[in-house]
Design a protein around this ligand. Structure first.
Ligand SMILES: Nc1ncnc2c1ncn2[C@@H]1O[C@H](COP(=O)(O)OP(=O)(O)O)[C@@H](O)[C@H]1O
Ligand SMILES: [Mg+2]
Length: 325
């Protein structure tokens, strides 16, 4: 094994996300329900301990790129009042034999010790293991020379996960690539699906703000965006707003269809996800013809038209993002 210069500090393994910078993702009702349950469980730690069980500490989020895995982990950490360390796999994985295991050791030791804050105190930290499949690939038979060392790394990871006293959230686009034994060490598995029609409307409304679309136009646009990730919808809405501001300064054609065509040309669906209808039909899509132009401000839409439709009262039971009970 190569001699290690000196121990790495926690922040050398990735990026820190502080609680005050978190935003709440828009999620489907079942996912919100599962997360509210988890948070409630964590807040009830003392009562659970009294009956001999502990809150679950390890979750894995499985979902396509741009569905909000990082955003959700950050939001959850913020709800717990903790900073999150988003670990970059390339800062842990090394081609040198033994080095990956040593990195894992330092990472988990550092996280167990806590994060030194600028004010001199130490805070527990949520470990967010992004692109987790890179760290925990299935052990393959016939993986020759590196076989033993990979097995050793997977075993180190297993042990470290099991012993770690703090919260660990792993994220992957490829749940099926993750070693079975490692997968079982997580006590929560949450699949983040692509947003359905209702979530798409809410996501569009959020990112078009302060502009707004009348209900019919919002519905139609959400329909034309089937299979779009939240990240893509955010890019679409924000690029339209950017065009509205900078287009006139550049002397660009500011007609609705011209703006939409320019925006569609500048942001693209992830190649692994399907191509939403809007990208196939462009400005000829029926949904585009329903968009009022210039875009109205949401506050100027008639009250009844204000999008999105209000959430029914019963929904509040599982609303994720209310104040801490
Ligand atoms: N469910 C969501 N609701 C609202 N915005 C979202 C959602 N998912 C993703 N986004 C936005 O898309 C961008 C990418 O999201 P991210 O959390 O990095 O996705 P992932 O980690 O799954 O690839 C972020 O800017 C985020 O604000
Ligand atoms: Mg991410």
């Amino acid at each position: 094994m190569f001699g290690r210069e000196k121990k790495k500090t926690l922040d050398q393994f990735g990026d820190l996300f502080m609680p005050e910078e978190a935003a709440e993702p828009i999620l489907s009702k079942p996912v919100r329900g599962a997360l509210l349950e988890w948070l409630t469980e964590i807040w009830a730690e003392d009562e659970l301990t009294a009956v001999g069980i502990k809150p679950r500490r390890r979750a894995i989020f499985d979902g396509a790129p741009g569905v909000g895995k990082t955003t959700l982990a950050h939001h959850l950490s913020a709800r717990l009042g903790l900073p999150m360390l988003a670990v970059r796999p390339e800062r842990v994985i090394s081609k040198w034999v033994g080095e990956t295991g040593a990195n894992l050791g330092e990472l988990f030791d550092g996280a167990a010790h806590g994060l030194a804050l600028p004010n001199g105190t130490t805070s527990p930290v949520v470990l967010f293991l992004d692109e987790f499949d890179a760290l925990s690939r299935q052990r393959r038979r016939g993986e020759q020379a590196s076989d033993d060392s990979r097995n050793e790394e997977v075993n180190t990871l297993l042990q470290r996960l099991e012993q770690h006293p703090g919260f660990v959230i792993a994220a992957t686009n490829f749940g099926e690539h993750i070693d079975q034994a490692i997968w079982r060490r997580f006590d929560m598995h949450i699949t983040l699906a692509l947003p359905g029609p209702v979530e798409r409307e809410r996501i569009l409304a959020r990112y078009f703000a302060p502009y707004g679309l009348p209900t019919g136009a919002l519905k139609a646009l959400a329909e034309s965006l089937e299979t779009a990730s939240p990240a893509l919808m955010r890019a679409l809405a924000e690029n339209i707003k950017r065009q509205i501001v900078i287009g006139p300064k550049l002397g660009s054609d500011m007609g609705r269809d011209a703006v939409i065509e320019r925006v569609l040309a500048s942001c693209h669906p992830h190649p692994d996800l399907g191509k939403p209808r809007l990208w196939s039909l462009g400005a000829k899509d029926h949904a585009v013809s329903l968009i009022p132009w210039p875009l109205p401000l949401a506050k100027d839409l008639p009250a009844i038209e204000a999008a999105p439709a209000p959430t029914p009262a019963t929904d509040n039971v599982v609303t994720f993002g209310g104040s801490r009970p």
